[in-house]
Design a protein around this ligand. Structure first.
Ligand code: FAD
Length: 453
């Protein structure tokens, strides 16, 4: 499922009135889940380990927030749905809106893609800004309480071990506190302890699909002239195995992120970073580095060993009163920019399954619907990762053929803007991948290239 097929948010559609929902983690998935359930519960408590800044600042629990975060169309549209006026808030906080059809210099398969025929507005801002604006809007919802500096420790389960009834956590004063809940939502991210907890409480943990890519990111921040909105995306392929992204963000800055896979990790010292950038097949990013001052010499680094997918949808037994969302279910190679948008679509699904069936069998219904969203994002990310022979782990069926087709589509898109448009709308989780197989698209992709006389 993509944005085109996930039912949109509708505040009228709430069939239950639960007492108390607890959300673990105030990352994007936790905040969006809290918003989605706030209509159905009298109280929603979000428990977050970090101290949460008022301003859009980096924080310890989300170290990836220092790197380029792309908001795909699926996430952008859902944010506006859940928080009307989000775009206005983002732009007035200094975030930008750029046109994905022509403002983004998109390099793939050996050249830049031609400009697309249709306007494709998308945001350019830092992850801390996206999150801070969402956090403020969620904190303003009736009945929502955000408790920072509180660390989740354990679930409370009934005697029959069939229903999660609350949580144990260390509170702001470092004391152990318990609280009851009708529903607990685990949004603690990639390091979620729910699989281990299930195992230690007599449940089968979800099967894990792990696809090793051994990726690392390094990011440096440049000062940017206010009117200069240049941005670059450089995808990788076995013939060009290094990636880069340059994004104009609030505060007249550019985030410059570079990445490499299978151990080819970008350095964290300015000279090494510069050499890595100079090795890229396009000179544009090196020119930016030479022309504009750095905000500091600090270079953030993030290793990402593998894509992880916990197959909760396959479990026969799962406790009532609990669901997992966001990176806790699936954490994708970040080069495809999907995590926040998948979390947003999952929040819509949570809203939908609560509205249609209440708490009865909530987890299996939620996991089944979410898996349809994850399938699309997972197949795209892992399918591309498997183009590298060193990649190990389960390979979704048909990905080899699809990857070759998309590589050819990208080469054709060097001169055909309509193909750029078709490709980006799928990458942005706006339209399903099957749209790339519509006869009009296939015809453009398979047409023999015109030879120059
Ligand atoms: C380098 C990198 C770049 C990325 N780029 C993009 C991108 O371009 N676009 C995109 O959409 N996505 C991107 N992502 C993915 C994106 O960051 C996540 O998918 C998205 O934020 C959803 O994550 P989450 O909320 O599930 O988990 P997280 O963001 O990890 O949040 C988990 C939260 O839970 C809290 N927590 C953890 N344990 C506890 C505990 N015991 N008690 C209380 N609180 C706890 C943490 O402090 C944190 O606040 C990127 C990821 C990485 C690693």
């Amino acid at each position: 499922m993509t944005l085109a097929t996930v039912p949109q948010y509708n505040s009228e559609r709430t069939s239950i009135r639960g007492e108390h929902a607890v959300v673990l983690g105030a990352g994007m998935a936790g905040l969006l889940a809290a918003r989605a359930v706030a209509d159905a519960f009298d109280e929603v408590t979000i428990i977050e380990r970090d101290s949460l800044p008022d301003e859009p600042a980096d924080r310890r629990g989300v170290p990836q927030g220092r790197h380029v975060h792309v908001m795909l169309e699926a996430g952008k549209a859902t944010l506006e749905d859940l928080f009307p006026g989000y775009r206005r808030d983002l732009l007035s906080a200094g975030g930008l809106e750029i046109d994905g059809a022509c403002d983004v210099n998109f390099y793939a398969e050996g050249d830049f893609l031609a400009d697309g025929p249709h306007h494709l507005p998308h945001y350019a801002a830092t992850r801390p800004l996206y999150e801070q604006l969402v956090r403020h809007r969620v904190a303003d919802c009736d009945g929502v309480e955000l408790r920072s500096r509180c660390q989740f420790r354990d679930y409370l389960i009934d005697e029959a071990a069939t229903t999660v009834e609350g949580v144990v956590f260390t509170n702001e004063a470092a004391a152990v506190e318990e609280c009851d809940a009708t529903l607990v939502i685990d949004a603690t991210g990639r390091t979620s302890r729910t699989p281990a907890w299930l195992e230690s409480h007599g449940y089968t943990p979800p099967p894990l699909d792990e696809v090793h890519i051994d990726l690392a990111y390094s990011t440096l921040v440049l000062q940017r002239p206010a009117a200069d909105h240049r941005s670059f995306v450089m995808t990788l392929s076995p013939s060009h195995p290094r990636a880069a992204g340059v994004l104009p963000v609030e505060g007249d800055r550019w985030l410059v992120t570079v990445a490499g896979v299978h151990g080819d990790h970008p350095p964290t010292d300015p000279d090494g970073f510069g050499e890595f950038v100079a090795s890229l097949p396009i000179p544009d990013i090196e020119r930016l580095l030479e022309a504009y001052p750095r905000v500091s010499n600090d270079i953030a680094h993030y290793p990402f060993p593998s894509n992880l997918r916990h197959r909760y949808e396959t479990l026969d037994r799962f406790p009532d009163g609990l669901v997992v969302i966001g990176d806790g279910i699936a954490s994708f190679n970040p080069l495809y920019g999907q995590g926040m948008s998948v979390a947003a679509l999952e929040a819509l699904v949570l809203h939908q399954v609560l509205a249609t069936g209440g708490l009865e069998g909530l987890a299996p219904r939620f996991f089944a619907r979410s898996s349809e969203i994850i399938d699309v994002a997972w197949t795209m990310a892992v399918g591309s990762d498997h183009r590298f022979p060193q990649t190990t782990g389960p390979k979704p069926r048909g990905t080899g053929l699809m990857s070759r087709y998309i590589a050819r589509l990208n080469r054709k898109a060097h001169t055909d803007g309509a193909l750029r448009d078709a490709f980006l709308r799928v990458m942005m989780l706006e339209r399903p991948p099957t749209t790339l197989l519509h006869p009009g698209v296939v015809w453009r992709v398979l047409q023999p290239s015109r030879r120059l006389a």
